[in-house]
Write a protein that binds this ligand. Structure first.
Ligand SMILES: [Zn+2]
Length: 264
């Protein structure tokens, strides 16, 4: 499928929104949580595909006259005091940009440089994020692809372990990055994510011993993948440095349920 990538709208919530630029030196925060005591911090990125007219997935259903159906039920939106935020909202409303709940989110892992437990880490993150969103993931296998900056909209989500040479966002104490590409239909309409990437830092995984924290970093990045942004609330896993928790908190779960409840 022909596609062009406009590399714009790199959203970097750690260093402020703007163009994609080398991260300035940054001292690790001392007021950070369990995960941060070991490593962590995560940069979030997202970019936009410029679409060819006529290939936006929603249009296919319109043309075929079929109505799409959810693959899994939407989750009840929990109520709790915890904070959450979205990576992006629709241009004309507060509705979050998310993945289509009527389509499987395919995931492929590049095992090069990955720790021995990589498959379990990824499968657990997929299961937890699916439970919280009602989005369906499928691990489609391994890949040799590493080009996270030039993905096609029908590529599976790319999960890989890397370093700052290949992925400059991993510089410093950053343990992972995650984000998704969104399609923006010509002539208006709902934007949605179509694929994305989760990149974990090889060195950080060499150092991390706690299984709960190793998992929490992947889970945090899957939160970004499906559309959650950072929050200041340290009780949430989507705190910039993972907060004081190693599991999705009440705010995280509310945001994830909303992301999974958007229309097909
Ligand atoms: Zn993050």
């Amino acid at each position: 499928m022909e596609r062009r990538l406009r590399e714009l709208d790199w959203l970097d919530q750690t260093y402020g929104m703007g163009t994609y630029a080398p991260a300035p030196p940054r001292k690790p925060s001392r007021a950070s949580g369990v995960v941060a005591l070991i490593v962590l911090g995560a940069v979030t990125t997202s970019a936009v595909f410029a679409m060819q007219p006529g290939i936006f997935p929603d249009r296919v259903h319109e043309l075929l006259g079929t109505s799409p159906e959810r693959l899994l039920p939407a989750r009840d939106i929990p109520t709790g005091p915890g904070e959450f935020s979205f990576m992006a909202t629709q241009p004309d409303s507060d509705e979050p940009v998310g993945y289509n709940p009527c389509q499987v989110i395919e995931v492929a892992v590049n095992p090069e440089g990955a720790p021995d437990d990589h498959q379990e880490l990824v499968e657990t993150a997929m299961a937890r994020t699916s439970d919280a969103t009602g989005l369906q993931f499928e691990l489609v296998g391994t890949t040799q692809d590493r080009d996270f900056e030039n993905m096609s909209m029908d590529d599976p989500v790319l999960v890989m372990w890397s370093d700052e040479t290949e992925a400059p966002d991993l510089a410093g104490d950053i343990a992972g990055v995650g984000g998704s590409y969104r399609v923006s239909p010509f002539g208006g309409g709902r934007e949605r994510y179509v694929t994305g990437f989760v990149i974990l830092d090889v060195e950080a995984y060499d150092r991390m011993r706690s299984g709960a924290i190793r998992q929490a970093v992947v889970d945090h990045e899957f939160g970004h993948l499906v559309g959650l942004g950072h929050v200041e609330d340290p009780r949430q896993l989507m705190h910039e440095r993972g907060g004081f928790t190693t599991e999705y908190g009440d705010g995280d779960l509310t945001g994830l349920a909303e992301l999974g409840a958007i229309e097909c």
